[in-house]
Design a protein around this ligand. Structure first.
Ligand code: HAM
Length: 422
């Protein structure tokens, strides 16, 4: 029987992987400009990290984790997100002792046992950004600015930043109470999940996608009526900075995010091109998380972007990307192949993408291969060329040909030609 990949876990083939590579190139460039430094974390963590970090009443922990026991009986989980792991690394390596704001970025696969559909997979990739060590609202604005700049550099069309404040442990209990009171007498209209949410975490009802729950949520009290003075001031400053930066945003008091660690500022980047799974990125502040996971009382903020959703939005504009091939070397006969291999090796050391045919083939077949590889130029080396001590180089687009002397300076001459041809 044919063995296929697991449902919701996709192969990214080279023709798509080039688009992913381009996004990663932009990622390194834009995020490093903001002072984020790359961090690498393991795929597996102790299960309790996510239970404690993400929250027991979240969908992720309740029903979406890939959890198993290893050979020693320890419960491990394939990471469903990166924030908890990065916080763990921050604590474990005493990174809070560096005396500066620590700012990291990371790229890698995440695993959630969700129902696979367009834009939702069981293995998906996130670009994740985190910053530790300040609760200043200017950091919130800078983080959101980095997201906005990143999306702009990627030329993501029609994207909006949605913004909310979820308050803090001081002001949120009163809001919970008000939500409970509001939804209690409408219980019969709530979906079964929201009936449980009403008892365990009423905030989650605001995020429910079931139509009847969503309609009830539209008239529910908003968190903004309950924010304490500190949270109000913080939110006002964040908004003022965003206005200074001319970053367009829309307030969305219903945006609660699917993870329990958030306080104060939360945000999502949404795109109309994505349909139901409209969020391409999401994040917010998590000031209590470092302490909750056993570290000192240090605030944090960050976001994550879904690679597949990003690529889906950008699809058309990235179709022109292909793996480059600067030069193809066609050889006829064993002697020519010896020369061809050495020439390819020299050109590659000069940073040119160079290919040749490993197997003996007719000139016609080799030219076909050069076209398939998208070679800009091809060089032809045969018996006649070796005897005449000159080779033919062909511009594959214009079909123009010229001769170059077959001497020690051949690779330099080819390089010069490649560089002067647009
Ligand atoms: P999240 O909202 O769960 O946040 O995920 C962030 C992004 O990952 C989503 O906006 C979406 O683009 C993508 N994503 C999530 N689930 C899937 C899926 N099943 N298939 C495809 N894409 C998906 C977090 O993960 C937080 N850790 C973000 C964060 C970082 N908050 C603070 N720091």
């Amino acid at each position: 029987m044919e063995i296929r990949s697991i449902r919701g876990m996709n192969d990214i083939l080279p023709e798509d992987a080039i688009k992913w590579k381009w996004v990663r190139d932009v990622m390194h460039e834009v995020l490093e400009r903001y002072g984020f430094r790359e961090i690498l974390i393991p795929v597996l963590e102790e299960t309790r990290l996510f239970q404690r970090g993400i929250g027991e009443t979240t969908d992720i922990v309740e029903k979406e984790m890939y959890t198993f026991e290893d050979r020693s009986g320890q419960s491990l989980t394939l990471r469903p997100e990166a924030t908890a792991s990065i916080v763990r690394a921050y604590i474990q390596h005493y990174l809070f002792k560096t005396g500066k704001i620590e700012k990291y970025y990371f790229w890698g696969p995440m695993f959630r046992y969700e129902r696979p559909q367009k834009g939702r997979y069981r293995q998906f990739y996130q670009i994740d950004v985190e910053a530790f060590g300040s609760n200043a609202p200017s950091l919130d604005a800078d983080i959101i600015a980095s997201l906005y700049d990143f999306l702009t550099a990627l030329r993501v069309p029609q994207v909006t930043i949605e913004l909310n404040s979820l308050g803090c442990p001081k002001c949120r209990p009163a809001y919970h109470k008000a939500l409970k009171a509001y939804f209690s007498d409408k219980q019969s209209a709530l979906c079964p999940d929201c009936k449980t949410r009403l008892v365990r975490n009423p905030l989650r009802i605001l995020d429910c996608k079931v139509e009847t729950c969503h309609e009830l949520a539209l008239n529910a009290p908003t968190i903004h009526e309950f924010l304490c003075e500190d949270c109000q001031n913080h939110f006002r400053h964040v908004r003022n900075y965003l206005e200074d930066l001319a970053i367009p945003y829309r307030l969305n008091p219903l945006m609660v995010r699917g993870l329990d660690y958030y306080v104060r500022t939360t945000f999502e980047a949404v795109s109309e091109n994505l349909g139901a799974q409209s969020a391409v990125a999401g994040g917010g502040r998590y000031d209590g998380l470092v302490r909750q996971l056993g570290g000192p009382d240090i605030p944090g903020i960050g976001y994550a972007m879904g690679m597949e959703r990003l690529i889906m939005i950008l699809q058309d504009s990235l179709n022109t990307l292909s793996w480059p091939c600067d030069i193809f070397i066609a050889t006829l006969g064993e002697k020519a192949l010896h020369l061809g291999i050495s020439l390819a090796s020299k050109l590659r050391r000069m940073h040119q993408v160079c290919e040749f045919s490993y197997e003996p083939k007719s000139l016609k077949a080799q030219m076909k291969l050069a076209n398939r590889l998208g070679a800009r130029f091809s060089v032809i080396i045969g018996e006649n060329e070796i005897q005449g001590k000159s080779i033919v180089i062909r511009n594959m687009e214009t079909r123009e040909q010229m001769f170059l002397p077959l001497d020690d300076r051949l690779s330099e001459k080819i390089l010069a030609l490649l560089e002067e041809t647009p």
